[in-house]
Ligand binder design. Structure first.
Ligand SMILES: [Zn+2]
Length: 237
């Protein structure tokens, strides 16, 4: 049996059962940390802890969704890495495979705290994966579109992949657990897909593997702001 997720356990211990009740500043306070906002020259946030008390400083210029994720990310460090000296990356915005273990752990804690599985699963269980669902989750849980998308990859039961295109042209992908392992995601999909809102396209545009030549995939694309674009690609059918 898996150990309980620490962020979700904290929510349960605090009696928080609805997305609207997830107030990160209150949760920080109850965890011994105060949150302040001021312009930061680099990074989204930082945490300074002494004993059982900490100060979390968040970039005042970031969007409310980014600030919220940043507080939750620093609470992840407070839970997992107390006493360690760490430099945070841009929380929740980078290729999950490219950031260090401590950052990944803090991002995972933040995603669980802001979009806990026990609240997500009942509401997304009967909804097909789509950009509309991403928007709905982002609004309901007050998360960025990218954070909502990445959380749905973990929580949604559907078979799909997301490819994220960053402003510098790099692309990275994340696949849902139920996507058939025979099909490898090919993140360098066709450039013309960027201009389409929603459609199907040949499976070989986005996947590699046997038996794909006649198959197609459902496809949606969404600009995320800041030059970032996300592609949602269904399973080959
Ligand atoms: Zn960090």
């Amino acid at each position: 049996m898996l150990p309980p997720d620490p962020a979700e356990q904290l929510l349960l211990d605090l009696g928080i059962t609805e997305p609207a009740e997830i107030d990160v500043e209150v949760i920080a306070c109850l965890s011994g940390a105060v949150v302040g906002y001021r312009p930061l020259p680099c990074g989204d946030a930082r945490i300074l802890g002494v004993g059982n008390k900490a100060i979390i400083t968040v970039d005042a210029g970031a969007s409310p969704a980014r600030q919220r994720f940043s507080v939750a990310h620093e609470l992840g460090h407070w839970h997992h890495h107390r006493g360690q000296r760490l430099v945070c990356h841009a929380a929740g915005q980078s290729d999950p495979a490219s950031v260090g273990g401590a950052e990944r752990e803090a991002d995972r804690y933040a995603a669980s705290l802001l979009m806990p599985r026990f609240m997500m699963t009942p509401v997304v269980a009967s909804a097909p994966m789509s950009m509309a669902l991403v928007h709905w989750v982002a609004e309901r849980f007050r998360a960025s579109l990218l954070a909502a998308m990445l959380r749905l990859v973990d929580v949604h039961a559907g078979a799909f992949a997301v490819v994220v295109e960053q402003p510098d042209g790099r692309r990275w992908f994340k696949r849902s657990a139920t996507l058939d392992r025979r099909w490898l995601v090919w993140p360098n999909g066709p450039a013309e897909c960027r201009t389409e809102d929603s459609r199907t396209c040949p499976a070989i545009d986005w996947y590699r593997g046997s038996g794909l030549s006649r198959r197609r995939v459902a496809y949606e694309v969404q600009p995320l702001g800041g030059g970032c674009t996300v592609h949602l690609i269904g399973r080959p059918i």
